[in-house]
Structure formats: structure tokens, C-alpha cells
Design a protein around this ligand. Structure first.
Ligand code: ADP
Ligand code: MG
Length: 262
């Protein structure tokens, strides 16, 4: 499992190590949605993606033939019952899992063509993954936690903290910069995790129930913040949420059932 790739120290690579976008083939069906035509190349493209887990018992087909496209500047909500494959879909898009069938492209580049170093690079510099369970470092401050991804990408401590601070302020944690996770509420920890992702200025944000621990007013603020980042910076956001009010703030909304999009 390469899920820990987001956490360990990463080799600093540069964009030149990413495979050339021009290697990408056009979509088999040739169909392009109008908003994607406007934005040019899709930010993220899944074609007939299948992923099963092979456990001790029966195999589980967690993602079953999913095709979707996210344009730059777009926030798409993904909802569905527990066990419908939402987290698996995000892990596939982050290259933390490999599909057994189908193709996943980021800005036209097939994730399957990435080396291990390129996958780390992709996750470090291009993807912002908001994990459902935060993954904060214990016993270090909110500011140090929010600075962590920038530090991993080679930014100095001073600059990382200077860049992370306004994001902590934007998620409403101005008064909590020095608090360790142990002294923060669940909702505050979740907001530190969101600030950590946003401070690194990702172009693709994959958020796994980022508002699960927030009250409805705060949840709305965070989703609006993600939407404004998509629109202002031409990032793409795939937002997993149970909260239909939050989903209503997205540009469009998709539902997953038993690994299939409806
Ligand atoms: P969701 O995020 O919508 O709750 P998941 O993607 O976590 O759904 O899970 C989809 C299905 O895959 C579920 O049936 C779940 O039990 C199964 N599953 C998820 N992760 C694993 C794993 N690591 N090993 C085996 N089965 C898994
Ligand atoms: Mg999940």
C-alpha cells in the first residue's frame, strides 16, 4: 500500500520529471462536455475505471466502471452511501491506488505511466488530499502542521509558516496557531488539515468528507472556500460529502452506488 507516500519525506523532484502531456490519447468516445472545452484540457479524467479489493473473503468491486471529467475551475460534489466507493475513487485519483482496469489522467498524463518518484511528485505538488481522518502530527502546533506539506516540498520553515498562517486565518483558526492537535476540537483539527492542503496551492483538491466534523455554518464556509479556490485559481475540486446542503454549493453533483456513478 502506497498510502503513506503523503506522509513520509519525499525526494524533491521537479515538473520536468512528469511525463509529457502530449503522450495522452484523446478520449475514446471523443465526447467533451462544454465546460471542459472552455477550460481546455480536463484537470482529471477517469475512463471506465475499475478497482476491486481482494480480501480473505469475497472480492469487493469498490469502483465499478467509473468515467468522469473535472475541468479546471470546477468543484464537483460526490456523494453516496457508506461503502459505495467514494474514498477508493479519491485514492485512485491521487495515484495512491492503481486501477485494475481503465485509465486515469491528470492534465492529460496517464497516472499509470508515472514512476514511483513521479507519483510522489504528483501527490506532493499537484494534489491536495484532505483525508477523512486528518493525519495531523501529534504534539506539534497547528501552524507547524499546516506548514508541513510546504516543508516537504523544500520550502524553508520561515516561508512555509508565513504562507500557512493566512490559510489558518481563512479557516477561522487565527487564535489557535500554537495549539497542538490534542488541544483542538475535532472540527478545529479538520480545519488545520484543510489549511495544510490549501497552503500548498494544489491544482487538484481531493477532499474526503472535509466537513464531517463541522457544524452546518462552518461546513458551508469551508465548502464555499473550496469553491472559491476552484474558481479563482482554476483548480479542480472533487468533494466527497454526505451533506446535501454542502453538495448543493458545488458546480455539479454526482452520486455513487455500489461503485457506479448514477
Ligand atoms: P466509501 O468511502 O464510500 O465509504 P470505500 O471506498 O471506503 O467506500 O469502500 C468501498 C468498498 O470497498 C466497501 O465495501 C469497503 O468495505 C471496501 N474496501 C475499502 N477499502 C478496502 C480495503 N483496504 N480492503 C478491502 N476492502 C476494502
Ligand atoms: Mg469513505
Amino acid at each position: 500500500m502506497r498510502q503513506s507516500a503523503a506522509d513520509g519525506p519525499q525526494p524533491a523532484a521537479d515538473d520536468a520529471h512528469m511525463p509529457a502531456a502530449d503522450d495522452a490519447q484523446p478520449a475514446a468516445d471523443g465526447a467533451r462536455t462544454p465546460e471542459i472545452e472552455v477550460g481546455g484540457r480536463p484537470m482529471l479524467e477517469l475512463e471506465q475505471v475499475v478497482k476491486s479489493y481482494h480480501g480473505a473473503g469475497e472480492d469487493v468491486r469498490a469502483v465499478d466502471g467509473v468515467s468522469l471529467r473535472l475541468a479546471p475551475g470546477e468543484m464537483v460534489a460526490l456523494h453516496g452511501p457508506s461503502g459505495s466507493g467514494k474514498t477508493t475513487l479519491l485514492l485512485l485519483a491521487a495515484a495512491l491506488l492503481a486501477p485494475e482496469r481503465g485509465t486515469i489522467r491528470f492534465q492529460g498524463r496517464d497516472l499509470a505511466s508515472f514512476s514511483e518518484a513521479q507519483s510522489s511528485e504528483y501527490l506532493l505538488r499537484h494534489v491536495g488530499f484532505v483525508y477523512q481522518h486528518f493525519r495531523l502530527m501529534p504534539r506539534v502546533s497547528a501552524l507547524q502542521n499546516a506548514s508541513r506539506k510546504l516543508l516537504m516540498s523544500g520550502v524553508s520553515m520561515r516561508e512555509a509558516q508565513a504562507r500557512a498562517t493566512p490559510w489558518l486565518q481563512r479557516v477561522g483558526l487565527s487564535e489557535r496557531l500554537d495549539r497542538t492537535p490534542e488541544k483542538l476540537s475535532g472540527g478545529e483539527r479538520q480545519r488545520v488539515a484543510i489549511a495544510r492542503v490549501l497552503a500548498a496551492e494544489p491544482t487538484l483538491i481531493l477532499a474526503d468528507e472535509p466537513t464531517g466534523n463541522l457544524d452546518s455554518a462552518r461546513s458551508r464556509e469551508i465548502v464555499q472556500l473550496l469553491g472559491s479556490i476552484a474558481h479563482e485559481r482554476q483548480a479542480a475540486v472533487l468533494l466527497v460529502t454526505h451533506d446535501l446542503d454542502a453538495a448543493a454549493l458545488a458546480d455539479r453533483s454526482l452520486t455513487l452506488h455500489d461503485g457506479k456513478l448514477r
